[in-house]
Design a protein around this ligand. Structure first.
Ligand code: GCU
Length: 432
């Protein structure tokens, strides 16, 4: 086992394609015994082998049991000139029960504040599809609504008016609204549910005292140290709990069988893992997710495994450190993370200036995941002729027609209206 590099290790990213080390990708259709997987049934019976490799080498394990308590704390049918019903929920994650008793709601739990905008035409009898995604700065930052609760959770100090130290402030209201075009999404007939990722687990290396790690400290302690969950596994667990709340609250008017999980960047890594562990997510959206997300680790271009483990030692399980500057030894690569979603639709969004996240590696992962989709008679990532594309699309163009889609937006690392339109188009098409 290689030791984790120290913070001071000098890292110079490579952006030169000719300097990419030679590599062979693991074949997603060869099982643990070296046998070829050539039917849908074979894949379904062996899929878990791939899932466990990601769990034990990349993300770490979380409990499978989930217990929640949901409270609707606000319902505002007048939002957006009456076109939207705005909800705020508190979803409380409860400690694990050793037996299978009913949740004891008097025990302390972990409160997640969820903001949900539902088109006002929706009802329990006429539910609508939805996007569920974590946000980076708090629900109050996605809208300028002065009533949205400000979470008391730790936020990163951006040294601007949005926080005092690690405490969020009123001045942050609406600052992230460009990333969350809520009324456009509602106008197209979709609900949006979002919550602050730091409510689930604070995004700093706190030795896992807080958030879901604190809630499940005893359970986690019993795991072998190198497969204890990182924050991405924790955020994933929180997303699953919010999906549970949606399932259990039909009055929201959301069709729980039609919930897409969306995430940008570190939260795009999270949406991919959520789609892999939870088959209830109907569509999986990875926006600019890069290293540890959809970019092929073996290309080692832009951000590398060693680099991400150095900068963000709390995101993955400790075993992922074995692959620092050693990507070829990783038993999986990101095309298989996509394949775990098969046959469900996966959208990959890249941006031209986001070279740190390796747009080409994000594209190639979609190409190499496609053989698994073909077992389900789904096209995977295809060009306009239904063929596997060899070249990336031009800036602002896409391969929008397959079950895996890829688009390349012109511009920086971000989640924009352009990206949302691509994702809405995919969701429209797969629901037709
Ligand atoms: C950093 C990190 C990326 C991550 C990004 C983000 O740039 O290196 O891996 O995706 O932060 O979450 O914005």
């Amino acid at each position: 086992t290689k030791p984790a590099p120290t913070k001071s290790a000098k890292f110079v990213p490579n952006y030169d394609e000719s300097k990419i080390p030679e590599f062979t990708l693991p074949d997603p259709l060869i099982d643990a015994n070296g046998e070829r997987i050539d039917t849908r049934n074979d894949w379904e019976s062996r899929r878990r082998e791939t899932l466990l490799k990601f769990e034990h080498h990349v993300f770490g394990s979380m409990p499978t049991q989930r217990r929640i308590h949901t409270e609707i704390v606000r319902r505002d049918p007048t939002w957006n000139h009456g076109k939207t019903t705005r909800y705020e929920l508190t979803v409380t994650l409860l400690p694990l029960s050793e037996s299978n008793e009913q949740p004891d709601t008097n025990q302390p739990g972990l409160d997640l504040m969820v903001l949900i905008d539902v088109p006002s035409s929706a009802s329990a009898d006429n539910p609508v599809p939805a996007f569920l995604g974590l946000n980076f700065q708090g629900n109050h930052t996605v809208t300028d609504d002065p009533l949205v609760r400000i979470s008391p959770s730790w936020v990163r100090d951006r040294r601007d008016a949005t926080s005092r130290g690690n405490t969020p402030l009123d001045a942050g209201r609406g600052v992230a609204s460009d990333r969350w075009p809520l009324s456009m999404i509602n106008d197209r007939g979709y609900a949006v549910a979002t919550l602050y990722y730091g409510d689930i687990d604070p995004d700093f290396d706190d030795g896992f005292q807080n958030g879901v790690h604190g809630l499940f400290a005893d359970w986690i302690e019993r795991l072998p140290a190198d497969i204890r969950p990182g924050s991405i596994a924790g955020w994933t667990y929180g997303l699953q709990c919010v999906l549970d709340a949606i399932v259990q609250t039909p009055a929201l008017g959301i069709d729980a069988d039609q919930v897409a999980v969306i995430g940008h960047s570190r939260l795009g890594k999270t949406s991919l893992w959520a789609g892999a562990v939870d088959p209830r997510f109907a569509v999986i959206i990875s926006n600019n997710s890069g290293c540890g997300g959809v970019a092929l680790s073996r290309r080692a271009i832009g951000e590398t495994v060693g680099r991400i483990n150095t900068s963000f030692p709390h995101w993955f399980c400790d075993r992922f450190n074995d692959y620092n500057e050693n990507e070829n030894a990783l038993p999986v690569d990101s095309h298989q993370l996509i394949a775990l979603a098969a046959p469900r639709p996966v959208a990959i969004g890249s941006a031209t200036e986001d070279t740190w996240a390796d747009p080409k590696g994000e594209f190639l992962a979609g190409v190499h995941a496609s053989p698994v989709y073909q077992l389900f008679d789904k096209p995977g990532l295809v060009d306009a002729n239904g063929q596997s594309p060899t070249l990336m699309p031009a800036p602002n163009e896409a391969y929008p027609d397959g079950t895996i889609t890829y688009h390349l937006r012109d511009g920086k690392h971000d989640l924009t209206e352009h990206d949302w339109k691509r994702y809405l188009d995919l969701f429209d098409r797969v629901r037709d």
